[in-house]
Design a binder for this molecule. Structure first.
Ligand code: NZQ
Ligand code: ZN
Length: 389
């Protein structure tokens, strides 16, 4: 195993009714004025907004409403949040939503606490957070990113056409509340997209060295099986508590840092999807679903034993009568069939990317990660995108 330092400062409340039972206690001591940050309005339709504001008011908090955080949150929205925090003397930020809301809150918490150019110094470059960000609490309403249990924030700068992430432990939320019932109203399409995102987080960790019998790989295999088993159930039966709760915790488990310990981690598919998002604003999980099979067929010969193990242990494909390469490719075929079976797009055009001239600028602007079995070139990324078109 590679050496590591592990910390995680987020207190997690999990389970049915956890917001009603514990929000008042969780916000005690965080100050009087709260920036209540959320997305395009789903929480008003499903009643979560009413429940949360009721608890905050009962706790004597003053609420500054901050709606409209869009999927793929922008740097412009972060600046709007920063202004709201300063103008109203906000003491803490409560994000209620999915990865987009949570990431935007973390970036606001940084931007509002320093006069530095946070985009340039902390997102374009990796900076040292030597100041205290505004405290953040998170209530999760759609799962997939795992943002609730890490310090990561993915932000899109529309002018620069860059979607990029940074992970600062100081941005970890003080608390995260995970009630699986809150995800019952998530659409089948977004359930599938979020489910694939968490599967991708596990795969991007699993398909990297060192391959030395690391305990992380065994946990990752269990996580992948859990996601594959529960995702079709949650799509078919949105109010199945067991499926929703397993997916909710699997999503956090994938990104809480535990399975990454001692691993190099790949995340090249994420680098490609992020630039697809920067140029086209596509859905994160759906973009990943398009890229993965083509990317894995390209690199699987560089990590053949691991891809064969994936086929056998995750997809339960018998090894007998197959070469290692045939087994590895059968695993990728199974992944592709799963993507189709849960209704996710399999091509860029199905995803809505119809302008082929964008593929080269997307490929050329992707970050190249060194952690996987083989580092791609920008030319290879373009070939993958052309294959996916
Ligand atoms: O905006 P509203 O109206 O709330 O609707 C949202 C949004 O349209 C809807 N939704 C949320 N809760 C709902 C609901 N609909 C019905 N019922 C509910 N209870 O879901 C839609 C998608 O929400 P969004 O937050 O955009 O999805 P997701 O959680 O997939 O987040 C995606 C963002 O997170 C980034 C992605 O790149 C993307 O920008 N990521 C963040 C990561 C992290 N911080 O660790 C890691 C990931 O790899 C990822 O890059
Ligand atoms: Zn992701």
């Amino acid at each position: 195993m590679e050496s590591f330092v592990y910390e995680n400062a987020t207190r997690v409340y999990f389970g049915r009714g956890c917001v009603g039972a514990s929000l008042e206690e969780a916000v005690r001591g965080l100050g009087k004025t709260v920036l209540l940050a959320y997305g395009g309005g789903s929480i008003k339709k499903n009643g979560i907004y009413g429940e949360v504001t009721g608890i905050l008011k009962k706790a004597g908090k003053e609420i500054v409403d901050f709606p409209g955080i869009m999927p793929n949150p922008t740097w412009r929205k972060v600046q709007e949040g920063k202004r709201a925090v300063k103008e109203h003397g906000v003491d803490f930020i409560l994000g209620v939503g999915g990865g987009s809301v949570m990431d935007c809150c973390k970036a606001i918490s940084m931007a509002a606490a320093t006069e530095r150019d946070v985009w340039e110094e902390y997102w374009i470059r990796k900076g040292v957070v030597d100041f205290e960000p505004v405290p953040v609490g998170l209530i999760v309403t759609v799962v997939g990113t795992g943002s609730e249990v890490n310090g990561e924030g993915v932000i899109t700068n529309e002018e620069q056409k860059i979607k990029t992430s940074r992970n600062y432990p100081r941005c970890n939320a003080r608390f995260a509340m995970l009630d699986p019932v809150y995800t019952y109203t998530v659409s089948p399409q977004q359930t599938a997209a979020g489910g694939f995102d968490m599967l991708s987080h596990v795969m991007e960790t699993y398909f990297s060295g060192p391959d030395d019998g690391n305990i992380s790989d065994a946990v990752s295999e269990a996580l992948m099986r859990t996601i594959i088993r529960n995702l079709p159930v949650a799509i078919r039966e949105p109010e199945n508590y067991e499926a929703r709760s397993n997916l909710m915790w699997a999503s956090s488990m994938a990104e809480i840092g535990i399975i990454k310990l001692g691993k190099r981690c790949d995340f090249e598919a994420h680098m490609i999807e992020h630039q697809m998002g920067a140029f086209t604003d596509c859905n994160h999980g759906m973009g990943l679903a398009v890229i993965h099979p083509a990317y894995y067929r390209r690199i699987c010969r560089d990590g053949l034993a691991k891809f064969a193990a994936f086929a056998e242990r995750v997809w339960e494909i018998p090894a007998q009568g197959k070469t290692q390469e045939e087994l590895a490719l059968a695993g990728i075929d199974a992944l592709e069939a799963f993507i189709r079976s849960i209704g996710l797009p399999a091509t860029l055009r199905e995803l809505g990317i119809t302008d082929r001239s964008l593929l080269k600028p997307i490929a050329d602007s992707c970050l190249i990660n060194e952690g996987g079995y083989r580092a791609l070139t920008h030319g290879e990324i373009l070939e993958i995108l052309e294959e996916c078109y």
